[in-house]
Design a binder for this molecule. Structure first.
Ligand code: MG
Length: 501
């Protein structure tokens, strides 16, 4: 006889497979599809999305979840079965909270707002985007009410990306980061020795860059037997199963960093998915647990590993041998300094490891003000520039380089931005714990290898997929809740040394 849980799994597999088919269509759209294919592709994706929505919000599916839950009553909290029921219940309730009318209206506004934003950004015309931003803010407010919240409106939205985390917690952590990071940035500007980043700003042949990207992503442990590197305009990682987790990057012929660190970053994401336990396959548990934790894995590979001196002492000779004319005269120390140059800038995606956090804190604070009705869309440019001055000490000359730079506010996605900076903090806290539990991790890293680090991540983080919330995971793995302390210890030591403070 089939148990209720087995019957539930059959449904879960169907929903999962449709979702992954959608992901393949989406990956192909970004990597391979000729532009003319777009209208048909959008139709195909809309059809599959509709099927998935119907299956995952049906009364029968809800009943099946509850029947299986009753059958499993008493299963251990961290068992696969109990974990799956918890996740399915939460998704089912959330999906049912948004009426189809709201979802359709949201999609329509987002589509039009995106087109208006692209034009406004290209022509530096904030006024033409303002009415769309007003609608997006209203959608966010409506969405927060539909999801519901206890303390703050922003909690309802943040919870979708970082389940269980409260706005007040994030605010306290970000305030602590600000209090220590602003003085560090100022000290670098006022007293730091000059850092020359000419080594990374030269002509670099793209095919040779690709060759090195394969070499270096393999060196950190990304498995190409179960992976693939593609070229896109906006890089991302995606997975169709643990045995097919892909990365993408973009290539610049005059700047080494975007492709190199982009590839390391996306490999960190994909390695997380490659490391989920086999037994979680075809269920929503077989993924990274939250955007913030996912970002901790990518930032760790990009920065803590990929921008460390020991790692480059091992791999720089290989890079030099591929680019002898460009790098032959520069030492590994020169290169290490060049890839870690701190320079307050207007554009988030071009920011260095330290000042990146300010770009996120600024957006987090402005999103709350807009959501709570304290900041009107028309006043955004002024508020943006004031925060840039406060946090980064620079003011963008145009709105295109200011509040119009990101695509995110063309859709009701408030609550997403903070996960980028949370990733830096989780990453540092995990890394510090890993090294304290196994000092060999650091010794290996100084020889250019991540074998023990990856084993530690697999054991403590990757294999669990989404069984635990981010808060549960960080407590379980590090013995403490998330804090800014490990990141600040790492950043202070590294940059004091780099800038001889
Ligand atoms: Mg990322």
């Amino acid at each position: 006889m089939t148990t209720k849980y087995e019957a539930l799994l059959e449904k879960v597999y169907e929903i999962h497979d449709i979702g992954k088919a959608l992901a393949v269509l989406s990956w192909d759209k970004e990597v391979n599809m000729p532009e003319a294919g777009l209208p048909a592709r959008v139709q195909q994706m809309t059809t599959l999305s509709r099927f998935n929505h119907i299956l995952s919000t049906s009364d029968e599916f809800g009943a099946l979840i509850e029947e299986a839950a009753a059958e499993l009553d008493g299963a251990a909290y961290d068992s696969n079965e109990a974990s799956l029921i918890r996740l399915l219940r939460r998704h089912y309730e959330d999906n049912r909270k948004l009426p189809p009318e709201f979802v359709a209206r949201s999609a329509e506004v987002s589509g039009k707002a995106r087109a208006a934003w692209a034009k406004a950004r290209a022509t530096n015309d904030f006024a033409s985007f303002q009415p769309w931003l007003e609608q997006v803010i209203e959608l966010c407010q409506e969405q927060a009410e539909l999801y519901g919240y206890e303390d703050e409106k922003y909690d309802a939205l943040l919870d979708k990306y970082e389940h269980g985390m409260k706005t007040a917690d994030v605010r306290a952590i970000f305030d602590a980061v600000k209090a220590e990071l602003v003085p560090l940035r100022q000290a670098i500007e006022e007293r730091g020795t000059a850092v020359d980043d000419t080594p990374v700003h030269q002509a670099f042949d793209v095919e040779t860059q690709k060759q090195f990207a394969h070499y270096i992503t393999q060196a950190i442990g990304y498995d190409y037997e179960r992976g693939h590197l593609g070229t896109v305009v906006h890089p991302f990682a995606t997975s169709f199963s643990r045995d097919d987790a892909r990365i993408t990057t973009r290539w610049y012929s005059d700047f080494l960093n975007p492709s190199l660190f982009g590839a390391l970053h996306e490999s960190g994401h994909a390695m997380y998915e490659q490391g989920t336990h086999r037994d979680l396959a075809r269920t929503p548990l077989a993924r990274g647990t939250s955007l913030g934790i996912h970002e901790s894995q990518s930032r760790m590979m990009e920065n803590l590993v990929g921008r460390s001196l020991g790692f480059w002492q091992a791999h720089y000779p290989q890079l030099q041998s591929l680019f002898p004319e460009q790098l032959g005269q520069y030492t590994v120390q020169d290169f290490y300094q060049a890839i870690n140059k701190v320079q307050p800038s207007y554009i988030r995606v071009e920011a260095d490891e330290l000042t990146y956090n300010f770009h996120i804190i600024l957006r987090f604070e402005l999103e709350q003000a807009m959501l709570n009705g304290e900041l009107a869309a028309q006043d955004l440019p002024e508020a943006w520039n004031a925060k840039m001055e406060e946090l980064l000490g620079v003011v963008p000359p145009t709105d295109s380089q200011g509040c119009l730079q990101d695509v995110h506010w063309t859709r009701p996605g408030f609550g997403y931005f903070p996960t980028y900076a949370l990733g830096n903090l989780y990453g540092a806290q995990f890394f510090e714990t890993a090294v304290s539990q196994n000092p060999a991790i650091l010794e290996e890293l100084n020889q250019g290898r991540t074998t023990s680090l990856l084993a530690w991540l697999r054991e403590n983080i990757h294999q669990h997929g989404r069984k635990f919330t981010p808060g549960e995971l960080v407590q379980r793995v590090t013995g403490q809740p998330l804090s800014h302390a490990a990141f600040m210890r790492y950043a202070t030591a590294k940059y004091n040394d780099l800038y001889s403070l």
